[in-house]
Design a protein around this ligand. Structure first.
Ligand code: SAM
Ligand code: SF4
Length: 334
């Protein structure tokens, strides 16, 4: 049985990193305005994207030598990459991995949910910002609400350990649909979580005033549902505050107005193999070229630890002089 043979992944503020966000592609089948540009998105050439074998090597190293315990696969849209179930199957073979999940826009889920489940994927998060066809088109610059909704239904039927819905909270977009979206989730017995809009759009058009804040959301929930009862947070590193609403739970992730940086346990690997210590990091450490030049596991772990040593105390979105990262969301992996 393999043992953790090196110390856990600790940064200079004592935060232990046990959670990996693994991007498998920067490509996507839609163009959400809060993430990608409408036209002219730039993608990493395919040869520069990590192979499944390279992804597996890094994941195994992080789990077995770094103490990572959960992996979330993301992108871009992870399901536009061919054969993701094969990668899932490979990752489930990592002995000490406790939790494997994936975030998707849902458009290809009707086709792939069963294969993902059979390959061993435990949990799914599906993005759903609207139930209105025209609003969907405005947000994503594509048609696709029907496919997304079919994907959600297919995923629910498969019997994953959990299916959650993620809704971006954006002023002028989200307010009018809060109740409808919550009812949609409650009717299906899944949790919906609202996430405050962050400055990670390629267009750099984000403004603080566009964030539909957790406080404003709570007020709307109170107005619509009357009883909104805060529940205790199961783990500090869990970013969502949860509330009992009617017969179910609703989550709010205040990534801008009450960030959870103090309890952050996340490390990220981009589709082209850079390790990042934060969504908002302004530096990153490329691992792909190291691997392709024959780096040993020790070399890779040293690079990962060097990256974590530079992790900032907080992302500072609310501070003067905040600079968004060079890479937009789709090129990092959300
Ligand atoms: N394509 C998949 C999807 O949309 O679910 C996975 C990748 S996407 C980058 C992961 C999550 O990031 C989605 O839930 C999406 O809504 C969220 N996201 C994208 N841009 C964001 C932004 N500017 N602020 C906050 N969340 C964002
Ligand atoms: Fe694609 Fe997800 Fe970005 Fe939307 S948020 S453009 S679905 S990667």
């Amino acid at each position: 049985m393999s043992q953790t043979s090196s110390p856990p992944l600790i940064d200079s503020f004592g935060r232990v990193h046990t959670s990996l966000r693994l991007s498998v592609t920067d490509r996507c089948n839609i163009r959400c305005f809060y993430c990608m540009p409408e036209k002219g998105a730039e993608f990493v050439p395919k040869d520069n994207i990590l192979s499944f074998e390279e992804i597996y090597r890094l994941a195994q190293l992080l789990v077995e030598q770094g103490g990572v315990r959960d992996i979330r696969i993301t992108g871009g849209e992870p399901l536009v990459r061919q054969q993701v179930p094969r990668l899932i199957e490979m990752l489930t073979g990592i002995e000490k991995l406790e939790d494997l999940s994936l975030t998707t826009n849902g458009m290809l889920l009707a086709e792939h949910a069963q294969a993902l489940h059979e390959a061993g994927l435990q949990r799914l998060n599906i993005s759903l910002d609207t139930l209105d066809k025209e609003v969907f088109k405005k947000i994503t610059r594509r048609d696709g609400l029907e496919k997304t909704l079919q994907g959600i239904e297919a995923a629910i039927k498969c019997g994953f350990e959990s299916v959650k819905l993620n809704t971006l909270a954006i002023k002028g977009v989200t307010e009018s649909e809060v109740a409808e979206l919550v009812r949609y989730a409650l009717d299906r017995n899944v949790m919906l979580r609202f996430i405050e809009f962050m400055p990670l759009d390629t267009d750099r058009a984000w403004q603080h005033s566009q964030v539909f804040t957790g406080d404003q959301l709570l007020q709307t929930l109170h107005d619509e549902f009357k009883s909104v009862v805060p529940l205790s947070r199961p783990e500090p590193s869990q970013p969502a505050e949860e509330f009992q609403v009617a017969q179910g739970r609703v989550g709010i992730i205040r990534s801008v107005t009450a960030p959870f940086c103090d309890a952050c346990n996340r490390i990220r690997i981009t589709a082209d193999g850079a390790v990042r210590n934060c969504l908002f990091a302004t530096n990153e450490f490329p691992l792909r070229d190291l691997m392709r030049a024959g780096a040993s596991d020790e070399d890779l772990m040293s690079a990962i630890r060097a990256c974590l040593a530079k992790k900032a105390k907080a992302h500072g979105i609310d501070k003067d002089g905040f600079q968004p990262p060079d890479r937009p969301m789709y090129a990092i992996g959300g």
